[in-house]
Design a protein around this ligand. Structure first.
Ligand SMILES: Nc1ncnc2c1ncn2[C@@H]1O[C@H](COP(=O)(O)OP(=O)(O)OP(=O)(O)O)[C@@H](O)[C@H]1O
Length: 257
């Protein structure tokens, strides 16, 4: 999908954190409509803090953050940014069908007195089609695999037709076959022009889907560029560390389309 020029996210010297303490600082980042970004970095480097900051879930402490043309603090319609949280499956006491869970993604946009109607049911069907679970609509979510449950959560995020989709490790903790299915879902969303920010440790699974890589280390952006550029960056780091020329990590290697 061609990438258009209108920015959907603009961050200038942005800092995010918790209870007034900054975890991620000095972030300059512009994301355009249709781009698919992977957000990489070691555990605890601040990836989740950064992406949840865009949703108002971690504190925006300083700098400018504009989401879909509106300063973050003034963005009223939060459904314009969809979110698939980290390490969430739907087991553990949730007794609901796939359709019911996906429908909850629409509730914040409906008045309390109006039950979901035909339009909402069509949106739920479309979201389930998008993640390849139309045939599981009436199943209890507890009976689905971990990978299928992730797809239910993606459908729940998609059903409100967000303009940007933020996903925190969508392929983590599921088996290889489920990873491939999830990658296929992301591929189709990318081809349909959905702007996506995907926090991941498994770039290989997203090979060919990601247009751009942002790396976070110790609360700072340390790389922002193409997958090919990231492979070069990793090679340079490896050489600087004395690991020989052209030694690429599996992640960087997998990044190249
Ligand atoms: N709710 C919170 N309150 C206070 N500190 C937090 C909170 N969530 C995360 N942190 C801290 O912020 C830092 C960055 O965490 P974050 O989850 O953003 O990293 P990450 O790069 O996403 O890590 P991982 O790859 O392990 O998910 C860590 O030191 C973490 O302890």
């Amino acid at each position: 999908m061609p990438v258009s020029t209108s920015p959907v996210l603009e961050l200038h010297r942005a800092a995010f954190g918790y209870r007034g303490r900054a975890v991620v600082t000095d972030v300059d980042l512009t994301v355009h409509r249709g781009e698919v970004l992977a957000v990489l970095g070691p555990n605890g480097s601040g990836k989740t803090t950064l992406v949840t900051g865009l949703l108002g879930l971690s504190e925006h402490l300083s700098g400018d953050v504009t989401v879909l043309g509106t300063p973050l603090a003034r963005l009223r319609d939060r459904t314009r940014v969809g979110y698939v949280p980290q390490r969430h499956t739907l087991t553990g006491g949730v007794r609901a069908t796939v359709t019911e869970v996906v429908t909850t993604g629409l509730l914040s946009g409906l008045p309390w007195w109006r039950p979901p109607g035909r339009r909402e049911r069509a949106a739920v069907d479309a979201a389930l089609q998008a993640v390849g679970l139309a045939d599981r609509a009436r199943f209890d979510v507890e009976t689905l695999s971990g990978g299928q449950q992730r797809r239910v959560l993606i459908a729940r995020a998609l059903v409100a037709r967000p303009e940007v989709l933020v996903m925190d490790e969508p392929t983590a903790g599921v088996d290889r076959a489920s990873q491939l299915v999830l990658a296929g879902v992301l591929q189709r969303l990318g081809e349909a022009g959905t702007t996506m920010l995907v926090v991941t440790h498994e770039l290989t699974a997203l090979r060919g889907i990601v247009d751009r890589i942002v790396e976070v280390e110790s609360g700072h952006l340390t790389f922002d560029g193409t997958p090919e550029g990231y492979a070069v960056h990793q090679g340079e780091l490896a050489r600087a560390a004395g690991r020989g020329p052209g030694v690429l990590s599996p992640i960087a290697d997998g990044a190249v389309r």
